[in-house]
Design a protein around this ligand. Structure first.
Ligand code: DAH
Length: 361
C-alpha cells in the first residue's frame, strides 16, 4: 500500500473511533491511541528519522496535517459530548413549576391562628395597630404597674408560673395576661394610643376550658377624651364583625379588675343547640371579655398624668372566641397536635380572613 493510502486508512479508522466514542473517557482512549506518546501517529513520526531528506519532508508534512485533523476532530467531538451531557443533566433536573407545591398537604391553619387573624383584621379596620410584649415578664409589668401590688388577692387568681428567684430577690413570671403590653406601650410616651396586643399567656391551670398556655388579645385606647361610650361602641362593632351577624345582643355587667375603674364584663346573647352555641339567638348569656376605663394608678405607672389622660382597655380570650365561633367543645384538644382534629377544624392555608372576602370563608 502507498504511504498516502496507509495514512488515509489510519485517518478513517481514527475518525470512525472518534465518532463512535460515546463519552469523554472513551474519547480520551482514542486520543491516546492516536496522539499519545506511544500512539500510532506519534510512532510514525518517530520513524521519520530513518527516511532520506526528500521523503522525510513530504511524509513529515503529511503526518503533521493528519495530526492536526485528528486533533480538531477530537476537540469537536469532546465539545459535542460535553454539550450532550449537560443537556441530559438539565433535562433530568427540570422542575415543573406548574405542579402543586405539596400534592398531599397534611396540615391546615389552626383555628387559633385563624381567629387571631380575624381579630387583627377587624381591629385594624377600626384604626388599631398591633403591639407586642415578651412572654417572660417582670413582676412590675405583669402585676405591680397594673395596680396589683404584692399580697393583692388578684395574684392568687392568676395561678402564676414563677421562675427561680434571682440573687437580688426578684423573680420573673410567664405573663399571666396580655395586659403588661398596656404599660410597655404607654412607656413609649406617645399619645394617642390605639393598640391591640394579641399573644400567648400562661397560667398553671388545666381542665376542659383551661390550658396552661392560652391566647388573649388586649386592647388599649388612651388620649384626652375617650369615654365608656367609645368602649361600648367598639365592642359592639367587634362582636358584629366577628360573629358575622348584626343580631348580637350584649350585656355589660359591672365587675372588678384592679387595672380598670369602673370595670365591666361583657356577655353575649346565645343559644345552645346540640352542644354548639349559636350567637344572637335564644336566651342564654356567655361571658366573652373583661373591660373598663383604665385605672388612674395604671396611667400613672405608664408615665402619664391621669388628670389629663383617659381611656379604656379590654382583654378577650382568643381560644374562647375560636371555641364559640367554630363550635369546638374542648379547649385541651387545641394543643394536642392531633392531625385528624386539625383537618376537621382547621382552615386551608389560602383562606386568609378579610372583611371584604368574609372572615370565616
Ligand atoms: N387581664 C385580664 C385577665 O387576664 C383581662 C382583662 C380584663 C383585660 C379587663 C383588660 C381589662 O384590659 O380591662 O383576666
Amino acid at each position: 500500500m502507498s504511504d498516502a493510502g496507509e495514512l488515509q486508512k489510519l485517518e478513517e479508522t481514527f475518525r470512525a473511533a472518534i465518532e463512535a466514542a460515546s463519552d469523554e473517557a472513551a474519547l480520551e482512549e482514542v486520543r491516546v491511541r492516536a496522539l499519545g506518546k506511544k500512539g500510532e501517529i506519534s510512532q510514525l513520526m518517530k520513524g521519520l528519522g530513518k527516511l532520506d531528506p526528500e521523503q522525510r519532508k513530504a511524509r513529515g508534512a503529511a503526518l503533521n496535517q493528519l495530526k492536526g485533523r485528528i486533533s480538531a476532530l477530537l476537540n469537536t467531538r469532546r465539545q459535542a459530548l460535553r454539550d450532550a451531557a449537560l443537556e441530559e443533566r438539565l433535562k433530568s433536573e427540570t422542575i415543573d413549576v406548574t405542579l402543586p407545591v405539596r400534592p398531599q398537604a397534611q396540615g391546615a391553619v389552626h383555628p387559633v391562628s385563624h381567629v387571631w387573624e380575624e381579630v387583627v383584621e377587624i381591629f385594624a379596620d377600626l384604626g388599631f395597630s398591633v403591639a407586642e410584649g415578651p412572654h417572660i415578664e417582670t413582676d412590675w409589668y405583669n402585676f405591680e404597674a397594673l395596680n396589683i401590688p404584692p399580697e393583692h388577692p388578684a395574684r392568687q387568681e392568676h395561678d402564676t408560673f414563677y421562675f427561680h428567684k434571682k440573687d437580688d430577690g426578684t423573680r420573673r413570671v410567664l405573663r399571666t395576661h396580655t395586659s403588661p403590653v398596656q404599660i410597655r406601650t404607654m412607656e413609649k410616651g406617645e399619645l394617642p394610643i390605639r393598640i391591640i396586643a394579641p399573644g400567648r399567656t400562661f397560667r398553671c391551670d388545666s381542665d376542659q376550658t383551661h390550658t396552661p398556655m392560652f391566647h388573649q388579645v388586649e386592647a388599649l385606647v388612651l388620649d384626652d377624651h375617650t369615654h365608656m361610650g367609645h368602649l361600648k361602641w367598639t365592642l359592639e362593632e367587634f362582636c358584629k364583625a366577628f360573629f358575622e351577624t348584626d343580631n348580637v345582643k350584649m350585656r355589660f355587667r359591672a365587675s372588678h379588675f384592679p387595672f380598670t375603674e369602673p370595670s365591666m364584663e361583657v356577655d353575649i346573647n346565645c343559644a345552645w343547640q346540640g352542644g354548639q352555641v349559636k350567637v344572637g339567638e335564644g336566651d342564654d348569656w356567655l361571658e366573652i371579655l373583661g373591660s373598663g376605663m383604665v385605672h388612674p394608678n395604671v396611667i400613672r405607672a405608664g408615665g402619664f398624668d391621669p388628670d389629663k389622660v383617659q381611656g379604656y382597655a379590654f382583654g378577650i380570650g382568643i381560644d374562647r372566641l375560636a371555641m364559640l365561633k367554630y363550635g369546638i367543645p374542648d379547649l385541651r384538644a387545641f394543643f394536642e397536635s392531633d392531625l385528624r382534629w386539625l383537618r376537621h377544624y382547621g382552615f386551608r392555608a389560602l383562606d386568609v380572613p378579610t372583611l371584604a372576602g368574609g372572615l370565616s370563608a
